[in-house]
Design a protein around this ligand. Structure first.
Ligand SMILES: Nc1ncnc2c1ncn2[C@@H]1O[C@H](COP(=O)(O)OP(=O)(O)O)[C@@H](O)[C@H]1O
Ligand SMILES: O=C(OP(=O)(O)O)[C@H](O)COP(=O)(O)O
Length: 400
């Protein structure tokens, strides 16, 4: 892969595809880790005299502008962290973007509005994606891929755009790939993987691969209920990926055959309704057995017995990869499972990698010292697919 040193950037318009998909509460950024991770590459390019055009997605808008997914708050925070002004374009390839880019001098920085406000960004149709990539390419002279958290997406700004411009990998991608490579080579054992979070359908597929690599797989978060249901248990109103039940039953069988230990919750914290995350009003929560979650209740965290069990299963691991919070950690009444797993990693002597926008945010929001972990990755799905050995579109595009 080419690096920034291989590009001519002074006086050039350089498009930086970052992943600034940060958690927001209204317009308040609750964790700015991904913005901080993007700063070194942007600073380096600006210091070298580039006209830096930063672009990212935020959330999952459906191809049209939605104010709650605007990157405007991110532009303000990016400016503070860079210590230089950031011009914000209120569109991605329209008049505002063109005027903003035209006004940039060498060493100056602009941020475009959310890439996913345009249907071409995520389209499955090559021509539609290509047409959007053409519009993006017209804004710039060179491309730097630095949004590690999105490199597993075959999206216009990640995959199609680099083919249209001289391109290089930024420092964040280089660092992330360097660390994750350690988990694909000779990994120290026991190797434990903890999986949770809400992007269940995205992440279930990686388990087939993990069965060939890991010694122990701990399941929490929204993913747990598809496993419990696959074992024949009732899961009430919990998050469920019904169509994945046969696949999950297959994973449980294969694990037995291979001697891989699957560890599932024995108890969960359940509520009647999903809590209000902006007011954080206390929730009426009860601890119920994981093999019989009553109708009308949804499991939103692992319970106290499960926390002890998971801590014990992580204590003697030599390597741990963790993606996905164990519960709805954004609410203080549902954060204890996530806290327990983070604490178990801090207490163990394992080489620990925590991956994912929300997992990394959780670790910081719950007050853990980042230095207590081996590596905190900005990518969850991206890390998992990298570990799976898949060709990641955003990395392949930079290699060509
Ligand atoms: N049992 C659950 N039900 C619904 N959502 C959950 C549950 N457990 C965790 N979550 C949610 O999962 C989200 C993070 O999932 P995900 O995006 O997959 O993780 P990451 O960004 O670390 O890859 C958090 O916002 C959290 O509230
Ligand atoms: O948050 C992200 O991924 P992650 O939750 O797997 O860490 C990335 O920004 C990718 O977002 P996407 O999963 O909506 O494509």
């Amino acid at each position: 892969m080419q690096t920034i040193d291989d590009l001519q950037v002074a006086g050039q318009r350089v498009f930086v595809r970052a992943d600034l998909n940060v958690p927001l509460d209204g317009e308040t950024i609750t964790d700015d880790g991904r913005i901080r991770a993007a700063v070194p590459t942007i600073t380096r390019l600006a210091d070298a005299g580039a006209k830096v055009i930063v672009a990212s997605h935020l959330g999952r808008p459906k191809g049209a502008p939605e104010p709650k997914y605007s990157l405007a708050p991110v532009a303000r925070r990016l400016g503070e962290l860079l210590g230089r002004p950031v011009a914000f374009a209120t569109d991605t390839v329209g008049d505002s973007a063109a005027a903003t880019v035209a006004s940039l001098g060498g060493g100056q920085v602009a941020l475009l509005e959310n890439l996913r406000f345009n249907p071409g960004e995520t389209s499955k149709d090559d021509a539609e994606r290509g047409a959007f990539a053409d519009q993006l390419a017209a804004l710039a002279d060179a491309y730097v891929g630095d949004g590690f958290g999105a490199v597993h997406r075959r999206h216009a700004s990640v995959y199609d755009l680099p083919a249209r411009l001289p391109h290089a990998a930024g420092g964040l991608i280089a660092t992330e790939v360097g660390v994750l490579r350690q988990l694909t080579d000779d990994v120290s054992r026991p190797y434990a993987v903890a999986l949770g979070g809400a992007k269940v359908s995205d992440k279930l597929g990686v388990i087939a691969h993990l069965l060939e690599r890991a010694d122990r797989i701990l399941i929490g978060g929204g993913m747990a209920y598809t496993f419990l249901k696959a074992q024949g248990h009732e899961v009430g109103d919990s998050l469920l990926q019904e169509d994945q039940i046969p696949a999950v039953q297959g994973y449980l069988e294969q694990a037995k055959e291979r001697g891989v230990e699957f560890v599932l919750p024995v108890d969960v914290v359940a509520t009647k309704e999903f809590p209000d995350l902006s007011t954080k009003a206390p929730v009426e929560a009860s601890v119920v057995s994981a093999d019989a979650i009553p109708a009308g209740l949804m499991g939103l965290d692992i319970g106290p017995e499960t926390r002890k069990l998971y801590a014990a299963k992580l204590a003697d691991a030599a390597t741990v990869f963790w993606n996905g919070p164990m519960g709805v950690f954004e609410h203080p009444d549902l954060a204890e499972g996530t806290r327990a797993v983070a604490q178990a990693l801090v207490d163990s002597s394992a080489f620990s990698v925590v991956g994912g926008g929300d997992s990394a945010a959780a670790v910081r929001i719950l007050g853990f010292d980042e230095a207590a972990f081996g590596h905190i990755s900005t990518g969850g799905g991206a890390s998992l697919e990298y570990l799976e050995g898949k060709t990641l579109p955003g990395l392949a595009a930079l290699e060509d």
